[in-house]
Structure formats: C-alpha cells, structure tokens
Design a protein around this ligand. Structure first.
Ligand code: MN
Ligand code: MN
Length: 465
C-alpha cells in the first residue's frame, strides 16, 4: 500500500522531463518529420538574412499576404507583410478583437554567424587571389578553415543597380576555402590557445590562382579574378565598397543518424525558430488577437542597426497598424505578448562539465522555455515574469505541446542574449522559447526534428488561442 502511495505521489508531484516520444504518437512523429522536409528546403534556399526575407515574402504572397499600406482599415482575416530594407520582415494576420487588446508576436532572427567580406577584400599574394573577411557574430575561427564555402549577397553599383551573387551552392558551381596548416608544420600553432590558433586576419578566402595572361605584369591573378567578375556581373573592384557579401558554409541540410531523427545544417540559429514562426503565421486564418511573425536581422551582433530589433521598426509598424485601425499605438504595445523564438544550448555528452543538468535543455524533449538569458548575475536579460511563464506552460500543456526548460549552461560559465530585452523595452510580456541546438554557432549545427515541430506547434497554438 505504502509503495503504491509513493508511486502515485511520484507521478503527481515530480516534474516530468523526458524524451518527447513518450508523450506523442507515431503520427505526430511522422508529422514532425514531414514538417522538417519543408524546413530543410528553407535552410538551403535562405542562408542569409536577405535570402530569408525573399523566400519568406514569396511564401507569404502564395498564402494570400499583401504588402502593408498604412492607408486603410484592415478587416479580420486580412494578411499583410512589411519588408524592412530586404533584411527583416514582419507578417501580420489581422484578428477579430480590438487591436488595443494587444497583438501576439513570435520574433526570431534570420542572420547567422558568418564571414563578411571587407569593403576592400580582393588581393593577390604568392600567385593566389584571396578575399579579406571580417567575421560576423560569435564564431570559433578554427572551425571555418578547410571546409567548402559559398559566397552570397548583393553589390549595389554606383547608379543603384543591384547585382545578386550566389556562388557555391549549386553542385556545378565552384566554391571557396580558407587554408589551415598541415599538422607536420603546426607544432607552434598546436601549442597556442584555440582562440589564437587561427586569427581574425587569417580568415582569408582562396578565390583564384591563374594569371590573366603570361606576362610578368603585377597582380595578374587578381586581374584574372576581376575580369571574370566583370564579365559575369559587370562589377569592378570599387563596387565591393557598396556591397554586402557573406561567406557561409557550402553544406546542404541533411538528416543525421540511422533513425534520421536529427538535422545537420548551417545556421539553425535561428532559422530553426524563424521557419516555425513563419509557418505558424501562414497557417493562421482569422485569429482572435492580431498575430505578428517578426523575422529580424542583426541579432548575432547585438540587434543594433535599422534592421535589428533595437531599431524602432517593429514599434513603428504597430503604430502604423494602430493608426489604420483607429487604435492607440501605446495601448497596443502595452497589451501585447511575445514569444522571443531563439535557440538554446542542448546538453552535449562530449562536454558535460559546462551544463547543470537540472536546468539544461536536451534534444528531443520539445520546445525549450528559457525564463532568462544574460551573463553572470543575469546581466542584460529580460527575465520573464512568473505570471507569463504560468500562462505559457498552461497553454502548452493544454495543447499537448512537448516542452522543457533550460538555462544557457552553468552559472558563470558564460552567457548570451536574445531579442527578448528589446521586445520587453516596448512594455510587452515576453519569454524566450525555441529549439535546443548541438554545436551552436558552428558551421554545421544539429537539431532534433521533433523539437523543430514542437516549436512550430508552440507558435501556432500561441497565435490561435
Ligand atoms: Mn539566436
Ligand atoms: Mn546565435
């Protein structure tokens, strides 16, 4: 008898933190796998913030979204998008309630750590042509050598013409590479720290090695590269000054594991939340509250800049929508709620020492709710309120969405931030939710398909509750 009582109490009182497969049906697992086929296509088609905006708007238009114009009233069920400079985008589905009751937002970022070309990138040395780069976001520099790389971005010519560049993704394209030292000659390099082994100024990308002609003229290999670029894109060396060209891994998204339960890809952080937020908006018809999916830029460098969430573009969009609907913008903001959808670190069996197991996310345990981020004494965090945490866990339980909680590693082990604090500065309730990632910020990151799907379901149920 006593044993049974203990067992009953154990079931009732203990928090259950277990593999999602214990809670979901085979059909739901199949739905997760199916959802992730679309996600993998998105990963391959949208490796940069500009490409993600382009793909998002194409999908939105195909699903009945029209460009937002601040010149009329919108009816419930209408769907609009706002393109902020081609690098961030807001999708909105108008709800049936008064806008002043607030909106529901899912915000994710579409920039990922990478190498940007410097404004004057091309040079020749020892009969090879190379690009100088400046890394963007938090990277471990040694991970970017000796892997195939592709080049994405735009060049804006002096008269305003835009040239789009995407080289290295098609299997018939050439790709690019950064050299690393052979072990035979690396005895000094191997003694240096991992942050010193490859230096920022050592991240130079090999882009050519044949001269333009057989004369002894200076910089003949560089001339050959420029000549190819001029022929293909009509650009000259000076045009690099007005360009945003990004070096990213040339890998495609692939299933990982014999059971195909995981996905390996570049830039899960944070397209693994952007895609669920996008799909949740596309699948929402006439919600009660107006819903917004915000896919933003510049999170990896601190959200500064006019396409990041430390700019006023989200606030101004809500003000503009409020004007259209005859509502007061500050009331809309103050009554709004947001899921800041971003990744968290997954427990890694190769590095158990940095995690505190009771407060760490694990792959396959569902969407992670992260109450606070920050570093040291919660510095730079938007700590979600107990009230909002209660609301979200009640919602996820009621809708059978598998969830877990997680903190970014042990106290004082490091830290990080998300867009949550910039959303919170608009006087909204906000909490971080998202996918647990293995090898976060590496050129090739790994996530669980079930977790991606549960993040979609969290966004969708939040929008449609
Ligand atoms: Mn992120
Ligand atoms: Mn990140």
């Amino acid at each position: 008898m006593e044993e049974n009582r203990a067992e009953a109490l154990r079931n009732e009182l203990f928090m259950k933190n277990e593999h999602a497969s214990k809670k979901i049906t085979a059909e739901e697992t199949a739905a997760a796998d199916n959802f992730c086929e679309g996600y993998k296509d998105f990963l391959d088609a949208a490796k940069t913030e500009r490409e993600a905006v382009k793909v998002t708007i194409e999908l939105a238009k195909a699903n009945g979204f029209i460009e937002f114009k601040a010149d009329r009233k919108y009816a419930a069920g209408e769907k609009v998008y706002l393109n902020n400079r081609g690098k961030s985008v807001i999708l909105a589905v108008i709800g049936s309630r008064d806008l002043e009751d607030g909106v529901k937002i899912a915000a994710a970022h579409i920039d990922s750590p990478r190498l940007d070309l410097k404004p004057n990138p091309l040079y020749e040395e020892a009969d090879t042509a190379l690009f100088k780069t400046h890394y963007y976001g938090g990277i471990k520099k040694y991970q970017w050598t000796a892997i195939p790389l592709s080049l994405h971005g735009v060049v804006i010519k002096k008269k305003g013409e835009t040239v789009e560049i995407n080289v290295g993704e098609d299997e018939n394209d050439p790709c690019f590479v950064i050299s690393d030292l052979l072990p035979h000659l690396a005895s000094n390099q191997m003694k240096s720290t991992m942050s010193e082994g490859i230096k920022g100024e050592g991240l130079n990308v090999l882009v050519g090695s044949r001269p333009f002609d057989n004369t002894d003229a200076a910089q003949n290999v560089k001339l050959n590269v420029l000549s190819i670029l001029f022929e293909k894109y009509g650009i000259m060396e000076e045009d690099f000054l007005s360009a945003e060209l990004e070096i990213v891994p040339a890998f495609k998204a692939r299933d990982i594991g014999f059971d195909r339960s995981l996905i390996g890809a570049y830039g899960h952080d944070d397209r693994v939340c952007a895609y669920p937020a996008l799909m949740a908006a596309l699948d929402t018809d006439t919600p009660e509250y107006t819903v917004l999916s915000v896919l933003t830029d510049k999170e990896e460098t601190g959200s500064d800049g006019n396409t990041g969430l430390n700019s006023s573009y989200l606030k101004f969009f809500i003000y503009a929508l409020a004007d259209c609907q005859g509502a007061k913008g500050y009331k809309v903001l103050s009554n709004s709620k947001c899921l800041s959808a971003d990744v968290n670190a997954a427990y890694d069996t190769n590095f158990p020492e940095v995690f505190e197991k009771n407060n760490t996310a694990f792959v396959n345990r569902g969407v992670v709710i992260t109450k606070y981020t920050g570093a040291r004494g919660k510095s730079g965090t938007s700590d979600a309120s107990a009230e909002f945490m209660a609301e979200i866990r009640e919602l996820l339980d009621r809708k059978n969405v598998c969830w877990q909680t997680g903190e970014l590693g042990k106290v004082d082990e490091g830290g990080g931030g998300t867009v949550a604090k910039y959303v919170a500065s608009l006087n909204m309730d906000v909490v971080d939710i998202g996918v647990a990632v293995i090898s976060m910020h590496a050129p090739y990151e790994t996530v669980s398909k079930i977790d991606v799907y549960m993040t979609y379901r969290a966004c969708y149920e939040f929008f449609n509750d």
